[in-house]
Write a protein that binds this ligand. Structure first.
Ligand code: 5AD
Ligand code: SF4
Length: 363
């Protein structure tokens, strides 16, 4: 017999079966019950702040060919860039002056020596000037590279597992050693081993993905004792191999709805971790990230990439490339505070409470 959502929400431990039930709700009043519970937990365990991470899309040059991604190596339609040291300096300065305290450097994946050394040089440079912490999101690398970047002072690393369903993972990627589930899992373990605060995530609403897959994703985050999660909806890109399944996709609104549910249910499952409001949410709903913050996300990543590159970092159709810089960007950040009722964590580095609790031996 189907259990009442209210009863499931009062359980101490959530089983896979419970998670599937929560992710399957369609009734608005039941969705609201889940959202309310997630918001209460967020307030209790994470406080009233939204932490900022200034997002810098460092380069769209990528050696991989993920079947869903617009900047995959085989896409010859986009012009490739790598941010110059001067442009990087300018973006970083903006984050520093405006008290963001923390930036994310995200890049297409390369593992050649030049790339690895450039990242090392750039992060050392940024960190040496103080005031900013760095999260790297530069894909799968060797343990040596992760250790090198960790020694350079980078504190957090984000590598999405994309999906924990191995069969689905194979459909999403070319069948070769460069796109291997076990290698990716191993990379994630190496990130932890190298001493980073470790983040991962998945895409939500992929073709062939079920609620049971999503429940497994949540259990994976919990079992790996992850510190932060960045997950968002899959958004089709017409010039990628996965586009051939676009007619089988859930409608955009449904993908958005289930993405919000994933965030809320994750908050209920992992009370004190950092959860980012992913940019892709805004591709499906203009207020997407704000909605995510209302239901459990506590990290916001304003895009501070030089404007002329934003549209080239084109992972999916309809990527929000708002022309927001300077005052405009700051005022839309402040508007988020107003709309959600939370405070913006200017000047706060924003470690997850999970890390703090782990250090204190409370979790
Ligand atoms: N839709 C949504 N997210 C995507 N990503 C790549 N392509 C897409 C897409 N079509 C995400 C992946 C990757 C991150 C850099 O961008 O999850 O890890
Ligand atoms: Fe490259 Fe990442 Fe896109 Fe895959 S998802 S093609 S690794 S940028």
């Amino acid at each position: 017999m189907k259990r009442l959502i209210k009863e499931i929400l009062s359980e101490k431990e959530l089983s896979k079966h419970h998670l599937i039930e929560l992710l399957s709700v369609t009734e608005e009043n039941e969705r609201q019950l889940i959202f309310k519970k997630a918001a209460q937990i967020r307030d209790k365990y994470c406080g009233k702040y939204i932490y900022l991470r200034g997002l810098i899309e460092y380069s769209n040059i990528c050696s991989k060919n993920c079947n869903y991604c617009g900047i995959r190596a085989s896409n010859k339609q986009i012009s490739r860039y790598c941010i110059t040291p001067q442009e990087l300096e300018k973006a970083v300065e903006f984050a520093r002056i405006n008290d963001f305290s923390s930036i994310v450097i995200q890049s297409g994946e390369r593992s050649n020596k030049e790339f690895v050394d450039n990242i090392e040089r750039d992060v050392i440079n940024i960190i040496s000037k103080g005031d900013l912490n760095i999260t790297l999101s530069c894909g799968e690398q060797s343990f040596e590279t992760y250790s090198k970047w960790r020694s350079a002072g980078v504190k957090r690393y984000l590598l999405r597992i994309e999906t924990t369903n191995r069969v689905l993972f194979k459909k999403l990627h070319p069948l070769d050693f460069n796109h291997d589930f076990d290698n990716r899992l191993n990379a994630l373990k190496n990130i932890k081993k190298a001493g980073f605060q470790t983040g991962t995530g998945v895409m939500i609403g992929l073709p062939f993905q079920t609620e049971a897959d999503l429940a497994d994703d949540l259990i994976f985050f919990r079992d790996l004792d992850i510190d932060m999660v960045g997950m968002g909806p899959y958004v089709e890109h017409w010039d990628t191999p996965l586009y051939k399944f676009h007619k089988q996709l859930l409608p955009a609104q449904k993908r958005f709805d289930i993405s919000l549910l994933m965030i809320a249910v994750l908050r209920i499952l992992m009370k004190d971790i950092n959860i980012a409001a992913a940019t892709a949410l805004d591709a499906l709903n203009p207020n997407g990230r704000v909605e995510a913050i209302k239901v459990g996300a506590n990290v916001f990543m304003p895009n501070i990439t030089p404007f002329h590159y934003r549209s080239e970092y084109f992972l999916y159709s309809g990527k929000p490339c708002k022309n927001e810089i300077g005052i405009d960007l700051l005022s839309s950040i402040n508007q988020i505070a107003e709309e959600t009722g939370y405070k913006i964590g200017f000047g706060m580095d924003g470690d997850s409470k999970h890390i703090i609790n782990k250090d204190l031996g409370n979790s």
